[in-house]
Write a protein of this length. Structure first.
Length: 209
């Protein structure tokens, strides 16, 4: 949802309001407005946890986590122009000699890959302005996850435009660019298996060492 605004506010005031949001709420700033995302629903939280677990702890199918990547959840993206964007999950493909500071994005560097999980907030903003800004920043790959439709869409940035490469829902043992070595069952992203109404195991129970 958008933050109601009765008079023009400067970026610093908008940022202050974002920082003052209740725990669990997340604010983003674009075009002089605040876009607020509510705490994630169980389905949204499950999808984000599955993706994070696969990329950080390793695939439930046995593949190790992708090498040379720094993966960060709820990552603030330096978008310039008095904008504040927050990616649900972001990944930076780092030089093999670079030091990885877990939990913090490299300064002033756009992510190589971003994943947005729809729900709980301004869907139109995510699919329009936010997605366009990501392309302009030079983000190379974008995943859009829709837990309600149970679809993962995989995009690649082609000269500032997003090219749809794949749409996944129930496929088994698949991998999606740029993580071709990390295989997973697409249906594991969904809290409820629509074919059997069976709720899958939580990520923590499948990714233990």
């Amino acid at each position: 949802m958008r933050h109601p605004r009765t008079s023009p506010l400067g970026f610093d005031e908008l940022l202050s309001r974002v920082r003052d949001l209740q725990a669990g709420y997340r604010g983003q700033i674009c075009g002089g407005e605040i876009f607020i995302t509510e705490p994630p629903s169980p389905a949204r939280a499950h999808a984000m946890a599955e993706i994070m677990a696969t990329l950080v702890a390793g695939s439930p199918l046995g593949d190790p986590p992708p090498a040379g990547w720094q993966i960060v959840g709820n990552a603030e993206i330096a978008a310039g122009g008095e904008r504040l964007l927050v990616a649900d999950v972001a990944g930076w493909h780092l030089d093999k000699n670079a030091e990885i500071d877990e939990g913090k994005p490299p300064p002033k560097a756009p992510p190589t890959w971003i994943c947005e999980v729809l729900g709980g907030g301004p869907r139109a903003f995510t699919l329009t302005a936010k997605r366009t800004i990501y392309a302009q920043l030079g983000v190379q790959f974008l995943w859009i996850v829709d837990p309600d439709a149970q679809v993962l869409e995989v995009f690649q940035n082609q000269r500032g435009k997003w090219l749809l490469l794949a749409a996944l829902s129930e496929e088994r043992a698949v991998a999606a660019i740029p993580f071709e070595s990390a295989h997973f069952d697409a249906s594991d992203l969904w809290l409820t298996d629509r074919r059997s109404s069976k709720t899958p195991n939580p990520p923590s129970s499948r990714h233990r060492a």
